[in-house]
Design a binder for this molecule. Structure first.
Ligand code: GDP
Ligand code: GDP
Length: 464
């Protein structure tokens, strides 16, 4: 369904009336080597997204979804986020600067923080640095003392009371000890969940992309062109503002992705791009518009962001911005589109639009494109029609089994869900179906019904 988020009151003051409608984001912070990635991997474990195995997306995961006690949340390993991995050989001053920066980012962008320290090594100066920063926030902080590998070692946690961040919880990521206690504390501290109001349902658009691709220019152009700006809605972080407009009579909310309108708040060069902010915007949107810079070309970060959108199963369009700077001949357009399609093969359903936020070229088509994708996400194929479709697809190409000679039959199909569209195919044995047959059915569904710009989900089930 459509995700919406509203936070009442100042999100930074931690007041009790604060509520969230989306998954909270939890930042995992701490100096290098305390066991953050070990814990992170345990947490997201098998729930790792499919994107990881797709060419062109990064294998280096720094965020993932998980749940505990009925609450879903997203964990971000802030070390990977900021440093591109920890380097223990850095000079102390540099290390300390980065450590503080990491903690600051966590406070600003996350809903809650897990601060991890190393019980075996005991308290260090770097721990104190992080604690200094974290003590200044009213966001929930859970102090996890890792490497307490046995009951006796739990005593190692006691000295961390001195950090003045509440009760230190002993745990061992390695041996999965005490991790439940850490998560209990964490989830208890989440703001209460409030279900989104269905009457509020309408298209939410997030403009995403790395810095300098033109996100704010596009947003401003869109708002400049659109004279019926309805209202400004307080967004998630302190000075972010969502904007609601009407477009051809339909309500559309533009999510303020990057704290777009506050430039210069974070020093140039430091604000690489905020994974947490991007995640949050994607989570809240129906359709993400991924901007890439025509002049600079496609980078790993661009495909990484596309992977985040795919993970969240949201709609997507690729907007190649700054098209005005490209010198063109007859072939330029096709060549460029081929390049884009090649790089974004894993979302081959995404429409590609060449725009200039500066000159306004094709900007008028942007909202319309998002609306089309929104419609595609809501399409429902009636069961009778879907089964006619299935019969024909099976006639044209019988189902392929994972084992040669295995008896495989597909009986019928239903579409139980929209946004994104989900299709269940019932077989005598769902596990027998070769993945490439799923791909075949997806292609056939798209040929027949479109679903442009949105992922669709195909599941094979055994008939009871
Ligand atoms: P990060 O730099 O904070 O992400 O730390 P890592 O997850 O890379 O872990 C650093 C080292 O500590 C690795 O050698 C891990 O195997 C080890 N480690 C992680 N968790 C535990 C634990 O619970 N107990 C012990 N004894 N070692 C651990
Ligand atoms: P953001 O960091 O993604 O929000 O990017 P900005 O909107 O701040 O744009 C970064 C720079 O690119 C600014 O100097 C813009 O003027 C410039 N820019 C944005 N869109 C275009 C475009 O379509 N064409 C050209 N030539 N420059 C653009």
């Amino acid at each position: 369904g459509i995700m919406a988020q509203s936070i009442h009151g100042d999100p930074l003051d931690g007041s009790p009336e604060r509520t969230v409608m989306t998954k909270p984001i939890v930042a995992l912070v701490g100096r290098p080597n305390v066991g953050k990635s070990t814990f992170f991997n345990r947490l997201i474990g098998e729930r790792r997204a499919i994107v990881e195995d797709m060419p062109g997306t990064t294998r280096d995961r720094i965020y993932g979804d998980t749940f505990w006690n009925g609450r879903d949340f997203t964990v971000v390993d802030t070390a990977g986020l900021l440093f591109g991995g920890d380097d223990p050989n850095l000079p102390v001053a540099e290390m300390s600067r980065r450590t503080r920066e990491q903690a600051n980012l966590a406070i600003e962008e996350a809903d809650a923080v897990i601060f991890m320290v190393d019980g075996r090594e005991g308290m260090t100066a770097a721990d104190n640095e992080v604690a200094d920063v974290l003590r200044g926030t009213s966001k929930p902080v859970v102090l996890a003392v890792n490497k307490c590998d046995s009951v006796e070692r739990n005593l190692d946690a006691v000295e961390f009371y001195a950090l003045n961040l509440g009760e230190p919880i002993p745990m061992s990521a390695f041996h999965s000890l005490g991790t439940g206690d850490v998560l209990d504390r964490l989830v208890e501290a989440f703001p209460p969940y409030q279900a989104p109001d269905d009457t509020e349902r309408h298209l939410h658009i997030a403009i995403v992309g790395r810095p300098n691709v033109g996100k704010s220019s596009l947003l401003n152009k869109l708002l400049g062109q659109e004279r019926s700006v309805v209202s400004a809605i307080p967004g998630t972080t302190r000075d972010s503002i969502d904007t609601e407009i009407t477009f051809h009579g339909e309500r559309v909310t533009l999510i303020d992705t990057a704290g777009i309108r506050r430039s210069g708040r974070i020093e140039q060069g430091i604000e690489k791009y905020s994974v947490m902010r991007t995640l949050r915007a994607i989570e809240r949107c129906d359709v993400a518009l991924l901007l890439i810079d025509a002049e600079e070309g496609i980078t790993a970060q661009d495909t990484h962001i596309a992977g985040m959108v795919l993970d969240a199963k949201k709609g997507i369009a690729i907007l190649v911005n700054k098209w005005d700077v490209i010198e063109k001949d007859n072939e330029t357009f096709q060549e460029y589109e081929d390049q884009v399609r090649q790089a974004f093969k894993f979302i081959d359903y995404a429409p590609v639009l060449f725009i200039s936020a500066l000159s306004g070229q094709r900007v008028s088509r942007v909202i319309q494109l998002a609306q089309e994708i929104y419609d595609q996400r809501q399409k429902r194929v009636p069961t009778g029609e879907l089964n006619n479709f299935l019969r024909q697809a099976v006639l044209d190409q019988p189902p392929m089994a994972v084992r040669k000679g295995a008896h495989l039959r597909l009986y019928y199909a239903v579409q139980p869900q929209i946004e994104p569209p989900v299709f269940l195919f019932f077989a005598n044995d769902g596990d027998l179906v070769h993945w490439s047959y799923g791909r075949y059915l997806e292609n056939r569904l798209r040929d027949r019904y479109g679903f442009g710009g949105t992922p669709i989900v195909i599941v094979f089930r055994s008939r009871e």
